[in-house]
Ligand binder design. Structure first.
Ligand code: AMP
Ligand code: GLY
Length: 431
């Protein structure tokens, strides 16, 4: 099969790393990819949002399946475009992608179908929103309806902070149209976990649980980022909790979508808060998580490409009946090494050292995110330079989370680039 993967992050490197082990994969393309991906796939210079160019390439090259990494092309309707031309593609349609694109859409669906989530109210003008904040008091959470590059959620500790968030989103319009509507919701407390499943709207095939680390600094301090590391499994998700999430969250959501006439195909990712009153949804994403995927995929002992094809074709139940996913019982930890300045303006073009030292380390795999591969020149000690905020996901397996933490940090100790920053406590919550 000819496979095309859309995206350029650690998530896509992890997916391609696994797909490249599939007997079904003859040739893999990635658009635009990154330095690490370019070692195992042919990278194209097309941006993820240039959906027409991606479609032309797929038609010309007769791609057998396209796998969409990030949400942007999904929201632009790339799945609908490919399907119109009879091309197989993994991911939800534009209408289904509203589950991530619009928090109002997601919350309204949850309320209608009894999916547990924080109590909320929707506002389309600032004054009533501020009056509501006065009435409920702090802490509370203010969320922009639309996509805001992961910055659209403010967990406000004071009424003033919450009202300021309303002003920024609705009056100063810092997120543009994404702030036309906002949600004010109850602040939930507990541990977070990410639950990802594959679904073709009839069958659900769960992936193993994981947990992201969104803050920049140890102890969950500092600003929010795209994710500074992840581990799998998340021990807080016991079998009992998982059953509750499956029944009350995943199944109800898919059934709700079906009742709305929306046949969801792809990954459904539920960001969950495990509260005293049970698991509640923080958000839905319509794609694989980043960096969760980097901690999930190394534990997968089955053919990922076969599963993604079955999902895209609507034959997941056949995949389940033939055994479904098999998982490695070991734990996995992925530590993100980021550039100085991230998540703000960051440095680039710094040579990355030590990758060759970790290449053959047992139970270690390094997924690239913001790297570029240089043409190999004689005498050069490095092949890669940094090109993004999050640079690498240094990933280790171990028989326990503790051992996986040690494996990944032993590998991190061999790697360096100027200004490299990383959290020292990825996985500690699970100890
Ligand atoms: P989201 O993009 O909706 O996942 O929100 C980003 C982060 O904000 C989440 O991972 C949580 O840490 C936090 N968050 C979102 N909603 C709430 C809530 N209702 N209560 C407490 N924290 C929240
Ligand atoms: N890890 C958070 C996300 O993928 O949105």
């Amino acid at each position: 099969m000819k496979v095309l993967v859309i995206g350029s992050g650690g998530r896509e490197h992890a997916l391609i790393w696994k797909i490249s082990q599939s007997k079904l994969a003859d040739k893999i393309f990635c658009t635009p990819g990154n330095g690490g991906i370019s070692e195992i796939a042919e990278c194209l210079e097309i941006k993820t949002i240039e959906t027409e160019r991606i479609l032309s390439f797929a038609r010309k090259e007769k791609i057998d399946i396209t796998i969409v990494g990030p949400e942007a092309p999904l929201v632009l309707g790339i799945v609908d475009d490919f399907t119109n031309y009879g091309l197989k593609i993994f991911g939800p349609t534009q209408t289904c992608a509203r589950l991530e694109e619009s928090k109002v859409f997601a919350k309204t669906l949850m309320a209608k179908y009894g999916v547990p989530t924080a109590d909320f109210k929707v506002f389309d003008s600032p004054q009533p929103a501020k009056e509501y904040i006065e009435a409920i008091g702090a802490p509370c959470v203010v969320k922009a309806d639309g996509l805001a590059a992961g910055k659209g959620v403010i967990v406000a500790k004071t009424v003033e902070e919450a009202k300021q968030a309303v002003t920024s989103m609705m009056e100063e319009r810092i997120f543009g149209e994404a702030g036309n509507k906002i949600i004010i919701e109850e602040c939930l407390e507990g541990q977070e976990a990410s639950i990802l499943v594959l679904t073709d709207s009839k069958e659900v095939v769960p992936l193993v649980s994981s947990q992201d680390h969104k803050r920049l600094l140890d102890g969950d301090l500092g600003p929010n980022t795209g994710g500074m590391g992840a581990y799998s499994p998340a021990p807080v998700v016991t079998d009992k909790v998982f059953k509750e999430i499956s029944e009350k969250i995943i199944n109800r959501t898919i059934e709700g979508l079906n009742k709305e006439g929306l046949e969801y195909r792809g990954v459904l990712y539920a960001g969950i808060m495990l509260t005293h009153a049970g698991p509640k949804v923080l958000e839905f994403n319509v794609r694989f998580g980043d960096p969760e995927t980097q901690s999930i995929i190394p534990r997968l002992n089955s053919d990922l490409l076969e599963a993604l094809c079955a999902c895209a074709e609507g034959s997941l139940s056949k995949f389940s009946k033939s055994g479904g996913f098999k998982w490695d019982s070991r734990a996995c930890v992925s530590v993100v090494c980021a550039s100085r300045g991230y998540p703000g303006d960051y440095e680039k073009d710094k040579p990355v050292f030590g990758l060759e030292k970790v290449r053959n380390m047992k139970d270690v795999v390094v997924f690239h995110a913001g790297t570029k591969r240089l043409p190999q020149s004689a005498g050069s000690s490095t092949q890669f330079v940094t090109s993004g905020g999050r640079v690498l996901g240094v990933t280790g397996l171990g028989s326990t989370i503790k051992e996986a933490i040690k494996t990944s940090y032993d590998a991190v100790a061999n790697i360096s680039f100027e200004g490299m920053q990383y959290r020292k406590d990825i996985g500690n919550k699970a100890l």
